[in-house]
Design a protein around this ligand. Sequence first.
Ligand SMILES: [Zn+2]
Length: 419
Amino acid sequence: MYIATKVKIRVTLAQAAVLWHLSEKCRLLYNFALAERNQNYLENKDRPDKQHIGYVQQANALPELKKKYPEYKWVYSKVLQTTLKSLDDNFTSFLALRQHGDEDANPPGFKGKDHFCTLRYNQSGFKITDGKIRFSHFYNDIPLAFDLSSGQTFVNVKQVDLFYDDLKRAYYVSLIHEVQPEQEYRDNGLYQAFDLGVTKHVGVNSAGKFLEVGNARPDKYWNPKIDAVQSRRDHCKKKSRKWKRLNCAKRTMERKRSNQLKDFQHKVSRKLVRNTRANTILVGDLSVKQMPKSKQATPGLNRSTQNSGHLSRFIGFLTYKATLIGKSVIKIDERDTTKTCCVCGAVHDMPLWKRVMDCECGNCIDRDQNSAVNIMVRFLSQHALWTGYRQFAGNLRQTGPRIPETPGYSQEAPPLRVG
Ligand SMILES: [Zn+2]
């Protein structure tokens, strides 16, 4: 499997000048290509099938551009192509939003002159030997070679991104490279289901044991502080010195908020994956993107569901950490898992404030535990694992809800995706 590793690199002043020069060319290319696509979009707005300028056309025009402006030859041609590709990705998602009727969707923005445009090397243009990475351009006789001081060896590096972090004022490379799992995945007949949430994760395993992990909420700490700075900033003249200082403070706090959450997610996902005997881990498949867009969403809710974007990142962490140690994470369609009673299958209205499902059938269970049981049951019945199901039902009866020996109601859901 491939994973990404970020490594800080030391850059001399002369090298920095070269990097900025290269980035500047990419930035101009990006803006130029964006302008072209914007114009093309406006001209053919009502005929989406007539969008004749895309990545292929723009990439094919590169040789012509280099003839006209020879300075573009300094940039490795793959890097120019990936710059156009990243524009293409941004623009395509904008077009998709518009086509789905989102009139508020804006086209990608132009990159300002302080912006360091990430240099993306795909497959070629770099070499990694003896803990050093070398890029294949020489400009004014300055070699672009940097120590990868992490002491890690990287095999089968597929892609390298070189970028600048303007808050930390440092340069980084992010390498996508291959790692070998410790062992291959094998179904050992033990399963662990999780209902992932913003405030806590609740799990149930084949033995019918529940477990609960609370989430760190750095947003609770940071949000009021960020709001305060933002409101002070908005009272200043835009782009004035004071405005810039406050804006920088705001971004630093936002960065801290997101880093704290990320660190925490790394730790928790590692723990969850390592501490279970089950080789198969089941999680709900969240269709996050629709949540904040829904009409009923209030501003307050939007802010708390922003964390669900973080939840899909958390599933990503779980998945790769599991794969590395020979386990597997499977996403189960989690539609109605909170609303359905895990014992009788009756569907209840479960607004967020309702923490306990109290069903007419006598089942009274914590809302998240109910959801975790449903995820497990749904997985077992979708895979026709009837022995596993009976064992789970039997184990569960000793500790909690008395679910029937065979699923008495349909846990049918659309075909599952294996991730
Ligand atoms: Zn019930």
